[in-house]
Design a binder for this molecule. Structure first.
Ligand SMILES: Cc1cc2nc3c(=O)[nH]c(=O)nc-3n(C[C@H](O)[C@H](O)[C@H](O)COP(=O)(O)OP(=O)(O)OC[C@H]3O[C@@H](n4cnc5c(N)ncnc54)[C@H](O)[C@@H]3O)c2cc1C
Length: 401
């Protein structure tokens, strides 16, 4: 079979890979996206029923990509964040009003995000969407990379972007080492309907058997992420709906009144997977392929989308050779600090809030009270969670390419 040539091939059409392809809609680059699952497949791992919290910075990026008007009709604004610790005094409250922004973030079903991104890909004239197909082999050359697919196709490109998730095949084909840390925790997700209106409030509650996040969603549902010790999920997943709601209520309390309904439950084992070699000859790893995070702070996709925005900026500086080593080096330099900061702060949160020691519990409680009474500290946390405060690429500044 003849080799098909592209400038850029994105492996993985999940949240991050598809976002990059959409961001390059107006670029002169000839692009292919290779995705393992058909667009309408219910098995697509990136686009399931989880609620994804998008930071204000991510919203700005999607605005600049002209996708926000479509995404906003599927999103629910987070106007306030309430952070508490079960069994200890101390609460911190962040509010959009105090930050002088319309919302601290937005929540969208991963599935709705996928539908909007896929719809945009189908109308993109500079792009071939090759799916379902998987990469089975990769050969690097000085000026191009060749890929073999499981359907027998051979492709070549000046640059390969690996956006194929935490178990990245491209990373494995390159033989790259990863830093792996098993948190020995599992996230259980489900949609919950409470008795009282959530009024745009997101809740993060730390409990003796793991943090609980409830994010506001449409029709007064809340998207739950409940982190439990690995092994405990099998019992929790097999509880009846009433038993599940009773256990959750006991840990979360009555801030939203009685929890009255729960949807389908899913579980995700939690591991940090990180590579310190995100660029190789004519290959760059982004999103979960480069850094697979704990979801405690809801930062994984937001971080991946900032990778997308920076890479889009860098690629637009050299249309002749988008895989040039200098471009990849510039990208890597730009992203390093943000990636390290988010990984470190996520790990600190996991360690601090998964610790049952009474002493740490008191320190946590005191910390929440202190933050709540210190506007500059609250402002700093709010700005971080909104994805602000760093050198922003054009898309992050709301400038379309
Ligand atoms: C419980 C939970 C809650 C979360 N909540 C949030 C949140 O609120 N906010 C937030 O910012 N982040 C959140 N995240 C993180 C977010 O889900 C990830 O950061 C995001 O999915 C990363 O996207 P990705 O495209 O890099 O990888 P993935 O979503 O894993 O997508 C990878 C894609 O590559 C495809 N693929 C894999 N292998 C191949 C191959 N060989 N060939 C072709 N295609 C391939 C897959 O089919 C998939 O479509 C959460 C994560 C979890 C587990």
């Amino acid at each position: 079979m003849a080799i098909k040539n592209y400038d850029l091939i994105i492996v993985g059409g999940g949240m991050v890979g598809a976002s990059l392809a959409c961001a390059l809609k107006k670029s002169p680059l000839k692009i292919a996206v290779i995705e393992a699952f058909a667009s309408d497949s219910k098995q697509q791992p990136s686009y399931d029923d989880r609620g994804i919290a998008l930071s204000y910075g991510s919203q700005r990026i999607f605005e600049a990509m002209n996708l926000w008007s479509e995404l906003s009709s599927h999103s629910t604004a987070i106007t306030d964040i309430h952070i508490s610790d079960r069994g200890h005094f101390g609460v911190t409250r962040l509010s959009a009003q105090a930050e002088n922004v319309p919302a601290l973030g937005q929540v969208i079903y991963a599935r709705s995000l996928g539908q909007v991104l896929n719809q945009s890909l189908t109308t993109q004239s500079n792009l071939d969407l090759i799916c379902p197909a998987k990469v089975t082999n990769l050969k690097q050359h000085q000026h191009h990379v060749e890929l073999e697919l499981d359907d027998g196709q051979n492709l070549s490109a000046k640059l390969i972007v690996a956006a194929d998730g935490g178990q990245s095949t491209i990373r494995q084909l390159l033989g790259l080492d990863v830093l792996k840390h098993d948190y020995h925790q599992t996230a259980i997700t489900a949609n919950i309907t409470p008795e009282r209106p959530h009024e745009g409030r997101a809740f993060e509650r730390f409990t003796d058997n793991g943090p609980i996040a409830l994010l506001p969603m449409s029709e007064n549902r809340c998207s739950l992420v409940w982190t439990v010790k690995a092994g405990d999920e099998s019992t929790i997943l097999t509880l009846s709906d009433q038993q599940f709601l009773a256990q959750l209520q006991d840990r979360f309390g009555y801030r939203l009144g009685k929890l009255i309904r729960v949807g389908q439950r899913q579980s995700y084992p939690l591991k940090l997977i990180q590579t310190d070699q995100p660029i190789q000859q004519r290959v760059v790893l982004i999103g979960n392929a480069a850094h697979n995070l704990h979801p405690i702070a809801g930062q994984g996709f937001n971080l991946g989308l900032r990778d997308v925005a920076a890479l889009t900026d860098v690629l637009s500086t050299n249309d002749n050779d988008c895989g040039h080593a200098q471009l990849l080096h510039d990208y890597c330099q730009w992203r390093q600090q943000d990636q390290d900061d988010v990984i470190q702060s996520t790990n600190t949160l996991v360690n601090l809030f998964s610790n049952n020691s009474p002493l740490i519990g008191h320190i946590r409680g005191a910390g929440l009270i202190l933050i709540d009474t210190l506007p500059p500290a609250k402002h700093w946390i709010a700005q971080k969670s909104m994805g602000r405060g760093r050198k922003q690429p054009k898309l992050g500044r709301g400038i379309s390419l």
